[in-house]
Ligand binder design. Structure first.
Ligand SMILES: Cc1cc2nc3c(=O)[nH]c(=O)nc-3n(C[C@H](O)[C@H](O)[C@H](O)COP(=O)(O)OP(=O)(O)OC[C@H]3O[C@@H](n4cnc5c(N)ncnc54)[C@H](O)[C@@H]3O)c2cc1C
Ligand code: FES
Length: 253
């Protein structure tokens, strides 16, 4: 984990979401894996945790996708090319190596960055993305035609109408090789729980999005209860095997 300075090179927006492309001279900090995040300066007392969307150590490029929900994310959304930012990271763990098993990458809303990151690194044909949102405005056009992906919206304004659970069912029906796939997910906890309820037989790892204070293991603001006791999402996660999560112990967002 390092402190580094980011320079905004390019910015694209899609409704309430911005894709921010930075460059940094601290290239060695860009040795990142899917699920890892940086704490970004956000005009607030505390930095905000934001997952890496993509990174390239050689060129010093790091991209983030930011959904404007409050003061900190609005600050990031409003940045302009040429602006500079302090960041600390990378922090957190990553998803396990699928070791040849097919993988369903399920992202909900602003939980899509780790799934996009994985889609750029896993072998083509070994994965299928399911990207869900409430409506078209939640679905950032990230994936090209060459990437197997299914868009799901609650209101049917883009892709298929329904939740990501329906999307996963459809893929399993159309492509039986995904019936025993690993599930990697990131999104609202309601989505993660719905996936677990619908597919209890599937091994499912998720990247949790908890409120964070310090981001480096000291404040205990991000703890989650697991079968092995309390764990800090910022340093023990954010990726957990959902089998180990004790969801119903009053520790929900
Ligand atoms: C490991 C990790 C990775 C993350 N990666 C990303 C990312 O790549 N892109 C991204 O846009 N966000 C990401 N987040 C979420 C992001 O950090 C929060 O949305 C952010 O901290 C909100 O700060 P704020 O000051 O804008 O909003 P606040 O002022 O703190 O909150 C404003 C409103 O938004 C609601 N809210 C805030 N955060 C959440 C949340 N996580 N879930 C539901 N409601 C919320 C609050 O209830 C409140 O009503 C990540 C979080 C974690 C823990
Ligand atoms: S955010 Fe402080 S311990 Fe995790």
């Amino acid at each position: 984990m390092k402190q580094l300075r980011l320079f905004l090179k390019d910015k694209k927006t899609w409704f309430n979401t911005a894709i921010l492309e930075f460059v940094t001279e601290g290239k060695e900090a860009l040795d990142v894996k899917a699920g890892m995040f940086f704490m970004l300066e956000a005009g607030t007392l505390l930095k905000k945790p934001i997952s890496v969307l993509d990174a390239d150590k050689k060129s010093g490029m790091v991209k983030f996708l930011v959904r404007r929900v409050g003061r900190g994310t609005a600050f990031l959304y409003d940045l302009k090319p040429g602006d500079e930012l302090n960041a600390v990271g990378p922090s957190g763990n990553t998803f396990p190596d699928p070791a040849g098993r097919p993988v369903l990458l399920v992202g909900g809303g602003s939980g899509i960055p780790p799934m996009f990151f994985l889609s750029r690194r896993l072998p083509r044909g070994s994965f299928h993305v399911v990207y869900g949102g409430r409506s078209k405005s939640d679905i950032v056009p990230l994936f090209g035609k060459s990437v197997s992906h299914r868009i799901m919206t609650d209101d049917g304004s883009l892709g298929l109408k329904g939740t990501v659970v329906k999307g996963v069912r459809k893929i399993m029906k159309d492509k039986p090789e995904f019936k025993n796939a690993l599930v990697f997910s990131c999104g609202p906890e309601a989505m993660v729980k719905a996936l677990n309820r619908a597919f209890p037989q599937m091994e499912h790892f998720t990247s949790l999005e908890r409120y964070m204070g310090c981001g480096f293991g000291v404040c205990l603001g991000c703890v989650v209860q697991t079968s092995g006791g309390f764990r800090r999402v910022c340093v023990d996660g954010p990726v957990f095997n959902t089998r180990d999560l004790e969801w119903n112990n009053g520790n929900e967002n």
